[in-house]
Write a protein that binds this ligand. Structure first.
Ligand SMILES: C[S@@+](CC[C@H](N)C(=O)[O-])C[C@H]1O[C@@H](n2cnc3c(N)ncnc32)[C@H](O)[C@@H]1O
Length: 223
């Protein structure tokens, strides 16, 4: 595996971009949706491991996987068991985990279809997969974040364009993360269909109200 997009920004990500993840609505939503009894859990695209470490604190036995060694360095420093791997080919046996989470990854991975297929493969039948990520309707190549209004200005002509959009108008300038690593987009229908096509059943879907517009979409799926 060569250099990953997040290599070199892990310290910034952990200290400046996301300094208090366990005080966020993402964390509150994640814990609430993950209502099963603790067991072996895989965090796909765990990054600097904030949520992995938080869930370990709640009794889960967590494995965090990511393509960025730099991000994993910070996760390991939080005590997370880390595995350096591409999510589209996980080095685990079928049915190895009792639960899976993935947080803000569909906007980063090159192959979300294979990520979800791999989640299904490594989950024990009956297990939950909680996904929290950017809301495809309001974050993407069609959405230009207006820092002053704290809201997106939408350009519908870009909405149906899938894949990476480093050159599109909607690079989110507010946080600076997309300027650094670029982004990928799936319109809402394709996004949801990816989970359904992998054989998952939708149990919960929520739009966390952290901001006035729906910045995030959270869902719990069942294998
Ligand atoms: C926006 S960060 C989210 C990190 C963490 N889940 C969080 O919420 O703090 C996206 C993460 O996905 C990882 N990633 C991107 N492509 C990946 C892939 N193919 N396999 C595994 N991880 C990947 C990146 O390295 C990065 O750490």
């Amino acid at each position: 595996m060569g250099r990953a997009r997040y290599d070199g920004i892990a310290d910034w990500y952990d200290t400046e971009f996301q300094p208090a993840p366990l005080e966020s609505e993402t964390w509150e939503t994640l814990v609430r949706l993950l209502e099963d009894a603790p067991g072996a859990l895989i965090d796909i695209g765990c990054g600097t491991g904030a949520y992995s470490a938080g869930l370990a604190g709640l009794g889960w036995t967590v494995t965090g996987v990511d393509v960025s060694e730099d991000m994993l360095r910070r996760a390991a420093a939080k005590g997370v068991r880390t595995v350096h791997t591409d999510a589209s080919a996980l080095p685990f046996e079928d049915g190895s985990f009792d639960a899976a989470i993935s947080v803000f990854t569909h906007t980063d991975v090159d192959d979300f279809t294979n990520l979800v297929r791999e989640v299904v493969r490594v989950l024990r039948p009956g297990s939950p997969f909680v996904y929290v990520g950017a809301h495809p309707c309001f974050v993407g190549p069609h959405s230009v974040y207006d820092v002053e209004r704290k809201a997106p200005e939408l350009h519908p002509d870009w909405y149906r364009k899938t894949g990476r959009y480093d050159e599109a108008p909607g690079i989110w300038r507010g946080s600076g993360v997309r300027i650094r690593v670029g982004a990928s987009h799936l319109p809402l229908g394709l996004f949801l269909q990816t989970f359904l096509d992998a054989g998952l059943r939708l149990e919960r879907i929520e739009e966390p109200a952290e901001r006035e517009y729906s910045f995030a979409l959270a869902s719990r799926w069942r294998r």
